[in-house]
Design a protein around this ligand. Structure first.
Ligand SMILES: Cc1cc2nc3c(=O)[nH]c(=O)nc-3n(C[C@H](O)[C@H](O)[C@H](O)COP(=O)(O)OP(=O)(O)OC[C@H]3O[C@@H](n4cnc5c(N)ncnc54)[C@H](O)[C@@H]3O)c2cc1C
Length: 398
């Protein structure tokens, strides 16, 4: 086991996209000695199962701002990191979102207007125009179709490892295979992190533990509002290709609020945007993908993509979301403990926000003004009843 250093200026727990982004921003901002702990390996937590979709479309205004800031980073990823070889695996194919008449249409209309007000290029397309972008879909039933050309998908593991490499070059010390086992707290102030390999003295800890954040809650004596939810993702081989030039698609009319994108340039990656299976214990082990579920999603796909009723299941996997009561993250200090900054509860949409969130967490940890105010994401919002509920209801579209 690698021995941790005896002390650090900041310890980050968790090396997923959020922890790696935070570590890189900390180093860039001159945080001094930064140590990142992961009990596994970089990018191999829940980030490894991400569908990787990047969009700025949200009904919660703060999320639009974080996603817009993050998109700029993804678009110029190698340049931002100062590493010509760095890649997030970005595929800029655009994002199409269609709603039936009614509440979802009103929510979509308002969200498109809010995006446009922030200077984001969005278009309202006719069914015919949308079909030119996604010819495999039937869109004649949509009351409103939004298009965001500056969107697409990327690879979360590649992003995490690229951020980690850039952070290492700035002096960040990554310890893989080392679990944080507790915090040293003296008089409501963080003094260190306990690991199986020894104690690291520090006055600042950033927890980016995702579904394992309950451990942090135990160490800090705070009950965190968080459930681990397993979600199923399918890759389908259809009658024609879902090419990587075709946009990501969000189907607000489908019962499962389906999202689809190209997978491997020919197949369709598809998953539901609704609630998943609540796990009693956080665990990324693969769960069952039942034939009933495949048939159910298959029927929804067939209703939208003519000819895809004959699609074959090419592969399937499961991934776990860290879900809060309002499907939005908690970002910032936890109450009553100085020197502790937490980020958890990404509720299935944290990858697209990770560049900005890393920046804001790093600024918070260093006592700097944050580039975007974080108050609305504070832990205290749950007790105060100021939930960040999106207009699309529960789900990762938020
Ligand atoms: C199926 C699926 C699809 C998704 N699709 C999208 C999408 O299309 N777009 C999008 O934006 N987001 C998506 N997401 C969400 C996004 O992928 C996540 O929000 C993001 O990857 C979470 O990153 P993280 O760093 O918080 O967590 P993780 O990657 O899980 O990292 C947490 C790390 O902390 C470590 N850790 C925890 N506790 C300890 C400890 N005590 N000591 C040491 N290490 C510890 C773990 O080992 C782990 O590596 C999806 C998620 C899933 C599961």
């Amino acid at each position: 086991m690698t021995l941790p250093p005896p002390s650090a200026d900041v310890v980050v727990i968790g090396a997923g996209v959020i922890g790696c982004s935070t570590a890189w921003h900390l180093a860039r901002l001159g945080a001094g000695r930064v140590v990142v702990l992961d009990r596994g390996r970089i990018g191999e937590g829940t980030s490894a199962m991400s569908s990787g979709i990047l969009r700025t479309h949200y009904s919660v205004p703060g999320n639009v701002e974080l996603a817009q800031r993050s998109w700029r980073f993804f678009e110029h990823f190698a340049q931002e990191l100062g590493d010509d070889e760095a890649s997030a695996g970005l595929v800029k194919c655009g994002y199409l979102i269609a709603a039936p008449a009614g509440e979802k249409c009103e929510a979509l209309d308002a969200a498109l207007a809010a995006q446009a007000a922030r200077g984001i290029a969005v278009q309202r397309l006719s069914a015919q125009e949308a079909r030119e972008l996604l010819p495999i879909a039937r869109l004649d039933d949509a009351a409103l179709i939004g298009h965001e050309p500056d969107a697409g998908y990327a690879d979360a593991t590649l992003t995490a490892t690229s951020l980690a490499r850039a952070a290492r070059r700035l002096g960040v010390h990554f310890l893989e295979g080392v679990a944080a086992e507790g915090l040293v707290i003296e008089g409501h102030r963080v003094r260190g992190v306990l690991t199986a390999a020894g104690r690291i003295g520090t006055a600042m800890v950033v927890s980016a533990q995702n579904i394992w954040a309950h451990e942090l809650g135990r160490w800090a004596g705070i009950a965190l509002p968080l459930v681990a939810e397993r979600h199923r993702v399918l890759a389908l081989a259809g009658p024609g290709a879902y090419t990587s030039a075709m946009p990501v698609f969000k189907d607000l009319a489908s019962p499962g609020m389906l999202y689809t994108r190209s997978y491997g340039r020919t197949q369709m990656l598809v998953s539901e945007g609704t609630a998943g299976e609540v796990l009693a214990v956080p665990d990324t082990a693969q769960g069952d993908v039942s034939m009933d579920l495949v048939a159910d999603i298959g029927a929804q796909v067939a209703a939208r993509f003519p000819g895809w009723e004959e699609a074959a299941l090419a592969s399937s996997w499961t991934g776990v979301y860290d879900v809060t009561p309002d499907w939005n993250p908690v970002l910032g200090p936890l109450p009553g403990i100085e020197g502790l900054v937490a980020a958890f509860g990404f509720s299935g949409h944290g990858f697209k926000l990770s560049p900005a969130i890393g920046e804001l967490l790093a600024q918070t940890a260093l006592g700097l003004p944050t580039a975007v105010p974080l108050q609305t994401y504070a832990f205290e919002r749950f007790a105060a009843g100021r939930l960040l509920r999106g207009r699309y209801g529960a789900g990762a579209v938020s």
